[in-house]
Design a protein around this ligand. Structure first.
Ligand code: NI
Length: 213
């Protein structure tokens, strides 16, 4: 395995629509492993192939929420979505910044695993948010395209991580609660990144209206 270089905005590859993988071979599996090692080294909770300069529809995700789950997905697609919730995100390709993004609260992802087997994943909250962020990367979309309140990572938390996986800093008393929403999310399985800050009732929308996005 190898740690790959993470490309940063405004690299062109981050804006391209990535190509589907048509053949799952040893080089695809090596890319999955290298991306996984790169994600953990960053550290981050997700990484998309365009972020390592490869315009293919491949993502790796580990929510680091205590579940011990690592997802290595090929040609992932969101096939069902429900609910609407705001939460804070960052991106390894846009270091030092975070912003607030509305995302589906629950999604179902269909993809191929590293053996070519079709898998269905039902995700909600933090994990659902990560999948949406990473799948956006495959379409050349960055969270900054849809966020509000884009801002520098608060002083003392400069190590921006993909999705601002702030669990490491969650105890560090993130001044003014700037990233409290995300920081607290992994603490409880199923907790919504936005809920800690926003309350459960805020901003729900129907899938029909959300789909317009
Ligand atoms: Ni990202």
């Amino acid at each position: 395995m190898a740690i790959l270089e993470i490309v940063k905005e405004p690299a062109e590859v981050l804006r391209k629509k990535a190509r589907p993988v048509t053949k799952i071979n040893a080089s695809v599996r090596k890319l999955l492993d290298d991306m996984t090692e790169t994600m953990y080294a960053a550290p981050g909770v997700g990484l998309a192939a365009p972020q390592v300069g490869v315009s293919k529809r491949i993502i790796v995700v580990d929510p680091q929420d205590g579940s011990g789950q690592l997802y290595q997905l090929i040609n992932p697609e969101i096939v069902k979505a429900e609910g609407w919730v705001e939460g804070t995100e960052g991106c390894l390709s846009i270091p030092g910044m975070v912003g607030d993004v509305w995302r589906y609260e629950k999604v179902q992802v269909v993809a191929l695993d590293r053996t070519g087997k079709k898998v269905w994943i039902d995700a909600e909250g933090w994990l659902a948010r990560i999948f949406q962020h990473e799948i956006d990367h495959l379409d050349g979309i960055l969270y900054t395209d849809k966020c509000s309140n884009l801002r520098p990572v608060p002083q003392g938390e400069e190590e921006a991580e993909e999705m601002q996986a702030a669990q490491a800093e969650a105890g560090a008393g993130d001044a003014a609660g700037e990233v409290a929403g995300v920081g607290e999310a992994p603490a409880a399985a199923g907790a919504e990144p936005g809920e800690a800050k926003d309350g459960t009732g805020r901003g729900r929308a129907t899938l029909a209206s959300a789909k317009e996005e």
